[in-house]
Design a protein. Structure first.
Lengths: 243, 481
């Protein structure tokens, strides 16, 4: 019976790892480098952007893997003009240009050189022409600390803004980075070592421990050994299997 | 060595599993992402820092938990500058995960004074009885330090409570199954691997203390009927039920089962009733009277003493589980039935409900549940003699389940009369009875013979681990991928 229990567990675990876990962790997904200001939850608003009146917001951290950024534009009066986005702070200074022609609701994206380290920057988005456009922004509880400022005035809105990695990644490719990220905004004792140990124990140790517990319980009950069989007694195939 | 001999090794192994899972869930999920976690933290903070127990305090206002003044300025700073509030229930958001983000938050946090920990106004959570929050003050004060040090200390406290609940499940299974280690292990493992339990239990919430006390109450109920109602046992049971009631109002549903257990234990301890009609009357009368009192109390509570609503309550209750009978009108409230509560919410929704198992997995779980129920019936028939010998324990556990669920429905209907938009009852509330889920799983497996049982149990444990891992994986993906 103990062998049967181990066989059942191993069969299910192997099938599960092959057909569920492996595809899940190896699937390529779009990978955000950091999302300083996420999209709204309940209420969408816009921040006006017109020539000569750039929209700026600070306390944005450009993560070391950030090689693209994106935000979303509202252009009810026609395609966007050329846009410039300057990221400056902590020794990092780069201005990206977004060509004209974006339509209403489209994402404005541009490549940037990845910072050497995570760096807090101020982002300034400026318009190089007409018409007046809007930048999608949050005014609900998704509003971030990076409030948009126009001509020194705080709009109390946060422009949806995120940094992306240049290509998609699987969860397994980003495991070490994910563990690092889990140490942020945690107590000091939650470090990489502890989380790695927990990860290994969870994925490997838990199934072993739980099956071992059951097998050990069978032994404690005296159900582990093979039952004595009377060879002279005629038994059906089913009986032979289940006994 | 001697120490480990006293605790059965299978139980130790399952507890180790719970510890690993609990710590993993605790540290993987960013702060304040559990249901009303900020509000529960706020309650503890009110007790610890403002030295004020806000329960039933008429001076305090009630704000929506998501409204900033409902919590302290310190927590509001964490909401905004650590990016926790934009993250809550928002699939478009990811945690702020660089150490630069920590420095930005620390810059703002450093401006706070002691007063900024005390000024939360309060939310509906302040209606909760205070026991959990009073006990949570201990880890809160021990941890000290930053907002995050204290919050994660509260989560770790809940992991400790969860370990106690799992150990109590083991003891309870021992009473039902006659110390059969195999079934005790299965029952305990089913609880230990339950994905929603781990998600809920590793947030700051009184639900964990509630389910631990409920598990203790169920265990004591079985002892009372098996060993007789000694003062020690009855006192312990009443104390535990009272403690549960001072933890969460949902525990009120345990009062009637506890009284039933005491009554049954007392009745049994007087010896078997003598044959003959007259000898039976005294026993039947109080049991019937007791049942009527319980039903009347439940009905009065559910209908807010408006017995004209009784038909509506029964219609709601019927249609929650079964298709409407001819002539039945639509039940009160939004469409919310057994599938939502017992399947989707009990097995498959996590954090702020924005993470859920895919529908095909839920369909598979539904099939497994039906199969399990069928096996439970087979098991009951197969082990009918043993079951009859332990009929008192079985009766107490069944009564506890039925009355607790009825009490949840009564509370839900009562609430629906005031606000038909909120179905109130949810799968998380059933976690209070999670030891019974574990017992049911073990009992269902016991229907199978010999090697088939071993194979099926091994497969089941493997599948439950995969469920647990899938839930954890989905939550990690939601926050970090």
């Amino acid at each position: 019976m103990r062998r049967a229990a181990i066989a059942g567990a191993v069969l299910v675990l192997v099938l599960g790892f092959v057909f569920v876990v492996r595809p899940f962790v190896s699937e390529q997904r779009p990978t955000p480098a950091s999302i300083p200001s996420p999209a709204s939850v309940t209420k969408i608003d816009t921040v006006p952007l017109q020539r000569g009146h750039p929209v700026c917001f600070g306390d944005v951290v450009a993560e070391a893997h950030a090689e693209r950024f994106s935000f979303r534009v509202s252009t009810p009066f026609g395609p966007t003009p050329e846009l410039r986005v300057r990221l400056r702070g902590g020794g990092y200074d780069y201005t990206a240009t977004i060509p004209p022609g974006l339509l209403d609701g489209q994402a404005a994206e541009a490549a940037i050189p990845a910072p050497l380290v995570d760096v807090p920057v101020e982002v300034c988005i400026s318009s190089r022409g007409e018409p007046l456009i809007g930048l999608y922004a949050a005014v609900d509880r998704a509003r971030s600390r990076s409030k948009a400022i126009i001509d020194g005035e705080n709009t109390d809105k946060s422009v949806w803004f995120q940094f992306m990695e240049p290509r998609w990644h699987a969860i397994t490719e980003r495991l070490a980075l994910t563990i690092d990220r889990m140490t942020v905004f945690r107590p000091g004792y939650v470090g990489r070592v502890l989380l790695w140990i927990l990860a290994v124990l969870f994925v490997v140790g838990t199934p072993i421990a739980i099956v071992w517990a059951y097998v050990r319980a069978l032994r404690d009950d005296g159900l582990g050994g093979a039952p004595p069989i009377d060879v002279n007694q005629r038994r059906s195939r089913w009986r032979r299997f289940v006994d | 060595m001697r120490r480990s001999r006293r605790i059965p090794l299978p139980l130790l192994a399952v507890l180790a599993v719970v510890l690993v899972e609990g710590l993993a869930w605790t540290f993987a999920v960013p702060a304040l992402q559990g249901a009303d976690e900020g509000a529960h933290f706020s309650y503890v903070q009110k007790v610890a820092d403002a030295h004020d127990i806000p329960w039933r305090d008429p001076k305090l206002g009630y704000l929506e938990p998501g409204y900033p003044p409902s919590v302290s300025t310190e927590q509001q700073i964490a909401w905004l500058w650590a990016g926790l509030e934009p993250l809550r229930g928002n699939r478009a958001a990811r945690p702020l995960w660089t150490h630069e983000d920590e420095r930005i938050w620390a810059r703002e946090n450093a401006k706070l004074t002691d007063e900024d920990r005390k000024d939360g106004v309060g939310s509906r959570v302040f209606d909760n009885p205070p026991l959990y929050y009073l006990t949570a003050v201990v880890p809160y004060e021990i941890a000290g330090g930053t907002f995050f040090d204290r919050l994660y200390a509260l989560r770790l406290y809940n992991v400790a409570l969860l370990l106690a609940a799992v150990a109590l499940t083991w003891l309870l299974a021992g009473e039902l199954f006659g110390r059969r280690r195999e079934l005790q292990t299965l029952a305990t493992a089913a609880v230990a691997l339950h994905p929603v339990l781990l998600d809920v239990a590793t947030r700051v919430t009184p639900d964990v203390l509630l389910l631990t006390l409920a598990a203790a109450a169920l265990y004591l109920m079985t002892l009372v009927v098996k060993r007789g109602p000694s003062w020690k046992l009855v006192g312990g049971l009443l104390a535990v039920v009272a403690a549960a009631c001072f933890t969460q109002g949902r525990a009120l549903g345990l009062i009637a089962p506890a009284l039933f257990a005491i009554g049954l234990g007392w009745w049994r301890s007087r010896g078997s009733p003598r044959p003959g009609l007259l000898a039976r009357i005294p026993a039947v009368v109080p049991w019937t009277a007791g049942a009527i009192v319980v039903l009347v109390v439940l009905a009065a509570y559910a209908t807010r003493f408006d017995f004209g609503e009784l038909a509506g309550f029964w219609s709601y209750l019927w249609q929650f589980y079964l298709p409407p009978l001819p002539g039945m009108s639509d039940p009160i409230g939004v469409s919310w039935d057994v599938e939502n509560v017992y399947l989707n919410r009990f097995f498959g929704t996590f954090v702020q409900f924005e993470v859920a198992f895919p529908q095909d997995l839920l369909d598979a779980i539904r099939i497994a549940v039906w199969l399990g129920l069928a096996l439970l019936v087979v098991s009951a028939w197969r082990h009918r003699r043993v079951l009859w010998e332990r009929r008192d324990v079985v009766a107490v556990l069944l009564v506890a389940f039925v009355l607790s669920v009825l009490a949840l429905h009564a509370a839900a209907f009562r609430s629906l009369l005031g606000n038909p938009a909120d179905p109130v009852i949810t799968g998380r509330y059933l976690l209070m009875l999670i030891p019974l889920f574990g017992l049911a799983v073990a009992a269902a497996v016991a229907a199978l013979p010999g090697r088939v049982r071993g194979f099926a149990a091994g497969g089941l444990l493997g599948a439950m681990f995969l469920l647990q891992l899938s839930a954890f994986g989905l939550v990690v993906e939601r926050f970090y991928a």
